[in-house]
Ligand binder design. Structure first.
Ligand SMILES: [Zn+2]
Length: 441
């Protein structure tokens, strides 16, 4: 009998708390301190693991299934438990973070529906026909620049946790770096993307496409970091250098931006570089951006994720993630490697649900791909610790340079370079502006 009474109380409590959360969410997602409960989606495997560790989340018990599609479960936890959940999923699967946080139950259900829905945009027939542009930009890549970015982020901002002031300072530093690269280019914008969920902003640099500006190519990585030791995330002294995870991804993006500017690259399609906030706590930054782009109807034609690029842990040089990514776009990454870095060995590998920001795009139906530093599981064992440093990477960025070359090829071959027509060539008079809208094959 007491069991029945207990059940009734629980169900009533459950209904009340669901209602309370929905009411709180009515004015849009609140700042983190307002929300005490969090809806998350996790892999079905991860859900079972979390059930086994329910004791670690005393306030969250029992973990319930509020919805599910094949391979993914919707559940609800206390916001305070997200760090502990990260630890469990990192230890069991080494995912980073391995779950996606949603702001309301309705948002979470939409995410599940999207997972089961056909893609919003079919991948296209990708082509490789820009060898000169790829060679020109690739030749401009400078490893010391990649090293410098990793060093600055992992030492000057050695705690980029989204709640830490240094995490916001790091975003501003990346913005300023990108602004400096883009000086003198009126077709390039650099902006902070302010989030409803966290004070840490994301950073977005956009090169306007000349002939097809409405089609957008995205290259992204996360700017935040975390650490499970060194005093915990609430300790102001906690250290999370995140050199590999993911200063190395931001360093790749920054170097691609730099060479695009140095080499005066003008794309036919729009290209956006995104340094995402708050990935480590459930893809908050990329999730909000992808949702905003989807709501605005932005035609994102391809997304490439850079998360961990500088630890050479497998026999293979590059792992191409083949779950929660778009097969045709992943295959195209392989073709780009075969064409432009034929000495490299690559292999397909799976990282599990919600392992990085590509999932925020892929799970909304945008074509997305993810090149990873190793086969999954053979990656840097020091991530999410105080030892994720440049020293652990041997103070060497040879491995990250491979990802930089791949990202250059991806940008050039999908966005395609636009050349200013020679207006003094046959058929054009000086001052004839009609040529400016011409598409050069
Ligand atoms: Zn990461």
């Amino acid at each position: 009998m007491w069991r029945r009474a207990f059940l009734v109380v629980c169900v009533t409590f459950l209904a009340a708390t669901v209602a309370a959360q929905e009411v709180r969410s009515k004015d849009g997602p609140g700042k983190a301190e307002v929300e005490e409960l969090a809806w998350i989606t996790v892999g079905a495997d991860a859900f079972e693991t979390l059930k086994e560790h329910e004791d670690a989340f005393a306030a969250s018990r029992p973990l319930s299934r509020f919805g599910e599609v094949p391979g993914v479960v919707l559940t609800r936890v206390r916001l305070d438990d997200l760090d502990a959940i990260s630890v469990v999923l990192h230890e069991a699967y080494r995912r980073c973070p391995g779950f996606v946080r949603h702001w309301t139950l309705a948002d979470a259900r939409r995410a599940l529906d999207a997972l089961a829905a056909p893609p919003a945009r079919e991948p296209e027939a990708y082509t490789i026909d820009q060898p000169q542009a790829v060679a020109r930009l690739t030749a401009a890549i400078e490893k010391p620049q990649i090293l410098e970015t990793i060093e600055r982020l992992s030492t000057d901002f050695n705690n980029r946790y989204h709640l830490h002031p240094s995490g916001t300072a790091a975003a501003l530093w990346i913005r300023d770096q990108w602004l400096a690269y883009a000086a003198g280019r009126p077709d390039v914008t650099v902006e902070l993307f302010d989030h409803a969920s966290t004070d840490q902003p994301s950073v977005i640099l956009t090169i306007a496409g000349v002939t097809i500006p409405e089609e957008v190519v995205v290259l992204g990585g996360h700017l935040d970091s975390t650490s499970f030791n060194g005093g915990g995330t609430g300790n102001p002294n906690f250290i999370a250098p995140g050199a590999d995870d993911d200063a190395s991804g931001i360093a790749v993006l920054s170097e691609v931006v730099r060479v695009a500017m140095v080499e005066n690259f003008h794309p036919q399609r729009t290209v956006s570089f995104m340094a995402y906030a708050a990935e480590e706590v459930g893809l908050w930054g990329s999730d909000e951006i992808a949702a905003a782009y989807q709501a605005a109807g932005v035609d994102v034609v391809a997304v490439l994720q850079q998360d961990m690029t500088d630890y050479f842990g497998s026999d293979e040089d590059i792992g191409l993630i083949n779950d929660h990514t778009t097969p045709a776009l992943t295959a195209f990454l392989g073709q780009l490697l075969d064409a432009y870095q034929p000495d490299l060995v690559w292999s397909l590998t799976a990282c599990g649900y919600g392992c990085s920001d590509h999932a925020s795009w892929n799970d909304r139906g945008f074509p997305a791909a993810f090149s990873f530093e190793s086969l999954f599981g053979e990656h840097n064992p020091e991530i999410h610790t105080v030892d994720d440093t440049l020293a652990t990477l041997g103070n060497n960025v040879d491995h990250a340079a491979k990802f930089t070359r791949l990202a250059v090829a991806f940008m050039v071959e999908i966005a395609k370079e636009w050349f200013e027509p020679d207006i003094f060539a046959d058929g054009f008079e000086s001052g004839d502006t009609s040529a400016w809208s011409a598409t050069v094959p």
